[in-house]
Design a protein around this ligand. Sequence first.
Ligand code: NAI
Length: 327
Amino acid sequence: MKSPLRVAVTGAAGQIGYSLLFRIASGAMFGPDQPVILQLLEAPIEKAIKALEGVAMELDDCAFPLLKGIVQTSDASVGFKDANWCLLIGAKPRGPGMERADLLKDNGKIFIAQGQVIDAVAAADARVAVVGNPANTNCMIAASQAKRLPAERFTAMVRLDQNRAQTQLAKKTGVDLTAVQDIFIYGNHSPTMFPAFAHAKINGQSAPAVIKDDAWLQGPFCEIVGKRGAAIIAARGASSAASAANALVDHVRSLVTPGAVHSVAVKSEGRYGFDANVWAGMPVRTTTPGSYEVITGYEMDAFAQSKIAATNKELVDERAFVADMIS
Ligand code: NAI
C-alpha cells in the first residue's frame, strides 16, 4: 500500500468542496491505489466551521477505503502542513456593487497569506492548484510569495473551459465526445479566454475542416464557452459547482498522469503572445507526476492572435491592480 498523500482543500465547506471531496476520497483524483488524508481548511466563520463538521461526518459515513484521515481547521499552518497538493478553492465572491479592483485586492490578501504559509509548511514536493476566482491572478499572487517552491508548481484551472469547449464541438458535429481532441484554452479563466479551435481534431481531422463554419467557430462557439458560467447561474440560480469540481479532478488527474495533454494556466514565459509572468492558460504535456512542459509550436492566425491579445490584456490589467501588493 502506498503511503497517503496529504491533500489540502480550502473553501472545503463550499459548493465546489461539497462536490469535490467525495471524489478525491473515492480515488477519482489520484487513482484507486492511492490513499489520501484530507486537510480541510475553512474561513474562521462559525457557520463555515459548522458546515465543515457536517461534510466531515458525511465523509466518515461513506467509509471510503482510501481515506486515511480528515483534518478540519481554519488555521492555514495546520491545513497546509506537509500537504502534497494544495487545492485553493476558497475565495471572496464579488458582492453587489463591488468593483473588480476591490475584488482583486480582497482576494490578493487571502492568496498572499496562503502562498506564504504553503511555502513555509507544505511538503517539499507540494503542488498548488488554484480555482478560487480570479483564479489566474490569485495563482500568480500565491506564487509570488514562494521562495522555496518553484513557480511552476503553481497552476490555475482552465480545465472547465476546456471541457465545455470539447462538449460544444462534439454536439455541433454529432460525434462522440472522445472523438474531439486537442482543444486547448488560452489565457484567463474569464469570458475573454480563447478556445483555440483551429488546432482541435475531430476523429483525427482538423475541426474547422470538419465543421466548415468559421463564423460559428469564431462567434457563437467562443461565446457559448466564454459565457457558460453565467448561463448556468441564470438557469440554475447557483454557480457551476459540480462541473467545476469535476474539472479540478481532471486538472489534477492529468497533471499526475505522464503523457496527458491538457490546458493549464501556468506562468508565462512570453510564449503565444502572453506577457512574461502572468498566469495564462495554454497547452501542456505532463512529463512526470506533477510536472509538465508547455506544448510549443502551434501557429496562431490573425483571429487567434487578436483573441489572445485581448485575454492577455485582461491578465496584465489584473496584475497591475495588485502590483503594489506583491512587489
Ligand atoms: P462557495 O461560496 O460555495 O464556497 C467558498 C468557500 O470558501 C466558503 O465556504 C468560504 O467560507 C470559504 N472561504 C472563503 N475564504 C476562505 C479562506 N481565506 N480560507 C479558506 N476558506 C475560505 O463558492 P464555490 O461555488 O465553492 O466557488 C469557490 C470559488 O471557485 C469561487 O471563487 C468561484 O468563483 C470559483 N470558481 C472557479 C472556477 C474555475 O473554473 N476556475 C469555476 C467555478 C467557480
